[in-house]
Design a protein around this ligand. Structure first.
Ligand SMILES: CSC[C@@H](O)[C@@H](O)C(=O)COP(=O)(O)O
Length: 353
C-alpha cells in the first residue's frame, strides 16, 4: 500500500503518471518538450490545480533550455512567450499562472542566461517540494476538523495525483492512514470524465483507504442513507471573498450539505487563491468538448448532433462553505476579512508567497 505520485523530476527528466490511462494502466511517460507539457495538461494526462502548476513549472524549465545564444533581454522575452503558451493550456486553475509567474519572478536577479535557466529549474523544484509540505499540513488541519467524523463524501480527485503528494481534500485520508485513523470515503463518480471513479477510487485503493463509489445523482440519497458526516472538496480557484471554483457538481454537494446540516469543507493551498478576483462571478469557467458528454468509452450515448453545454467547473458561493483549509491554517467565515488576514500573515504585504 502506498500513496501514488503523479509528477517526478528524475535525472533532468519530467516524468508524469498518465492519468488518462487510469485505472486500467499505470503508465509513466516522459514529457520532453514544451509541446508535450502543453498537450499533457490539455488532454488531462496531468490534472488537478496544484499538479498542473507544478508540471507547467517544470515545462517552462525544460522549454527555456532551448534558448541558447540570446542575451538576457532576449531570453526574458522568450521565457515570457513560453509562459504565455503554457498558461493558455487551461483557464480555471489559478495555480497554473501562479507557478509560471513565480518562475518568471525568480530570474529577476540573474546576471547570465545560464544562471537564469538554473534559477528557473530551482524554483520549479521548490514549488514541487512546497506543495507536498503544504498538502501534508492541510491534511493535519483537516484531521482536526474531522475529529469524531469518519464517513466523508468527496468529488473529483483532489488527491495525491492532483498535487505533489497527499492531495488537498484527500490529504486527511492519506495522513489518517499513516496515523492509524480510518475513514469511510464516498467518492462521487464525477461525470463527464470520471475523475472520481477512475482516479479517486484507484488512488485510495492504492493507499488502502476504504472507498465506496457512487454516481453523482446518488449524492443526496447517500448522505441520508449512509449517514455522511462531512463533505470535503478541493479547489481550482478561490476568489478574495471565498467563492470557490471546483469540479462541476461541487455546488450541488455544497447545497446538499446545507440541507442536511453537515459541514462542507474546501481544502486548498494558498497558491489556489486569486486575490485579484473579488468574487466567483469573475472566475473563468472552462468549457470542454461535446464528446465528453455525448460519448462514453468512445461510444455515442446521445443522438448525433445533440446540443451540449459542458462547463467543467462550477462556483460555490462562500456562504455554503463551513471552512477553507489551507497550509497556513483554517479560514472561517467572514472570508473577505479572514482571507486577507491569512495572506497578510503569509508575506506581510497581502501577497501570497
Ligand atoms: C487538488 S485538486 C483540486 C481541484 O483541482 C480538483 O478537485 C478538480 O476540480 C480538478 O479538475 P480537473 O478538470 O480534473 O483538473
Amino acid at each position: 500500500m502506498a500513496i501514488p505520485l503523479s509528477i517526478q523530476w528524475i535525472n533532468g527528466q519530467l516524468i508524469i503518471l498518465d492519468q488518462q490511462k487510469l485505472p486500467h494502466e499505470t503508465e509513466y511517460i516522459a514529457l520532453n518538450t514544451i509541446e508535450d507539457v502543453y498537450d499533457a495538461i490539455v488532454t488531462l494526462k496531468v490534472r488537478g490545480a496544484p499538479a498542473i502548476g507544478i508540471t507547467a513549472a517544470y515545462g517552462l524549465a525544460l522549454a527555456v533550455q532551448r534558448h541558447d545564444t540570446e542575451t538576457l533581454e532576449v531570453f526574458h522575452h522568450y521565457v515570457k512567450k513560453d509562459a504565455v503558451y503554457l498558461g493558455s493550456s487551461r483557464p480555471t486553475a489559478v495555480n497554473l499562472v501562479w507557478a509560471l509567474g513565480r518562475l518568471q519572478q525568480s530570474i529577476g536577479s540573474a546576471q547570465t542566461v545560464a544562471a537564469a535557466k538554473a534559477q528557473i529549474l530551482a524554483e520549479a523544484k521548490r514549488i514541487h517540494e512546497e506543495d507536498e509540505k503544504a498538502c501534508r499540513t492541510i491534511g493535519g488541519h483537516a484531521l482536526d476538523l474531522l475529529e469524531g467524523r469518519s464517513r466523508v463524501m468527496t468529488i473529483c480527485n483532489a488527491g495525491s495525483i492532483a498535487t505533489a503528494k497527499y492531495g488537498t481534500a484527500l490529504a486527511p485520508f492519506h495522513l489518517g492512514k499513516e496515523l492509524g485513523r480510518e475513514f469511510e470515503v464516498y467518492a462521487c463518480e464525477t461525470r463527464p470524465v470520471f475523475q472520481g471513479a477512475r482516479l479517486t477510487v484507484w488512488e485510495l485503493q492504492q493507499a488502502g483507504v476504504d472507498v465506496t463509489l457512487i454516481t453523482d445523482s446518488m449524492a443526496a440519497h447517500t448522505i441520508g442513507a449512509k449517514g455522511i458526516e462531512a463533505i470535503i472538496v478541493g479547489a481550482d480557484r478561490i476568489a478574495a471573498n471565498g467563492d470557490t471554483a471546483n469540479k462541476i457538481g461541487t455546488l450541488n454537494l455544497a447545497i446538499l450539505a446545507a440541507a442536511y446540516n453537515i459541514p462542507f469543507y474546501v481544502a486548498a493551498p494558498v497558491s489556489t487563491f486569486d486575490l485579484q478576483i473579488p468574487d466567483g462571478k469573475n472566475i473563468p469557467i472552462e468549457e470542454r468538448s461535446a464528446e465528453e458528454i455525448t460519448h462514453s468509452a468512445g461510444q455515442p450515448i446521445a443522438p448525433n448532433g445533440t446540443k451540449v453545454f459542458n462547463p467543467v467547473f462550477d462556483v460555490t458561493p462562500a456562504q455554503y462553505i463551513t471552512a477553507i483549509i489551507t497550509e497556513k491554517g483554517i479560514i472561517h467565515p467572514d472570508y473577505e476579512r479572514n482571507i486577507i488576514d491569512v495572506f497578510t500573515t503569509v508575506s506581510g504585504k497581502g501577497e501570497k508567497s
